[in-house]
Design a binder for this molecule. Sequence first.
Ligand code: AMP
Length: 345
Amino acid sequence: MRPAVATISSHSALQIMKGAKTEGLETVLLCLKGREGLYERFGLADKVITISAVEDLMKKEVQRRLIGENAVLVPHGTLISGGGLEEFEREFEPRVFGNRFIFRWEYDRVLKDRLLLEAGVNVPKRIASPGEIKGPVIVKLPGAEGGRGYFIADSPQDYAKKMKAVRGRGLLRDGEEEDVFIQEYIIGVSLYPHYFFSPLTGKVELLGCDRRYETSVDGIGRISAKDQLEIGLTPTFRVIGNSPLVLRESLLMDIFRDGEGFVEASKRLVKPGAIGPYCLEMICDESGKLYTFEFSGRIVAGTNLFVNGSPYSDLIYDEPMSMGRRIAREIRKAAESGEMDRITT
Ligand code: AMP
């Protein structure tokens, strides 16, 4: 029986299902209640299992149905943001495409830094406490989805003042301050390369690249410096969307070096290592040096730009190859050669 591709109804589900169908695989949509109509419009789900919340994935009945469909779950950002990852690692019985043990490393900022340092990439310095702020830093609130409430500070006093404002807006609760993550702020432009590591070929592929469009930081340039000063603007980093990016070709050497370093490090620290899609979230400074401040150990939403392939995937494949389709192809090939254990956990 051919494997089916299952995913949760959000984030990059449409792209994942489209890719699966193009590769001739059946799709199973774990559909959050109320969203059935949306997904029906696109007609990409062969089977629908209705769930009330992401956590329902853990229900025995849901797991049993997935196993019955011979489904491989393709995880995306919605699964990671839900928490409960240890239980997922231990108790979720259906096959998961990729390395299910890496999601906890993505979720936890300290583990995340450890893996990036092991990868040998440049990571912006972590500042241990507000008293040690000497230059521009970015302050990341615990669990802040999409960069909401992040701010820049350049001294302990500035930090204290802005933290008070953050508390006033209800973005940080008592007792959470210990989990605030303070990091050196890198001045430059952001870029998010979309990698795919295939255990079947042993190769890292670059399938696309995007940048995020963040409010208010990306809009501040529309206001003159004089006005910015007068109104006391503080940039914030809430993600609103993504735009495609093609990189200067000479940067690609470093992009591959870092991408491959990540795979090697993950093999050492999070066995069996990265499998399938991942993304390094980078800033390139004025000297062309790349800094990686985050990673995603699964498909990122920026790949939704390239449902029909990207300038990079076109260089490798003579057919439109989205990340969703690349995932499905790996599943199909592994099923054909009896190597499912190499691409799933
Ligand atoms: P994150 O939640 O870590 O993905 O960060 C949200 C946004 O903040 C990023 O997309 C960047 O625009 C910005 N950012 C995060 N870390 C840094 C850093 N160390 N230096 C400069 N900008 C950063």
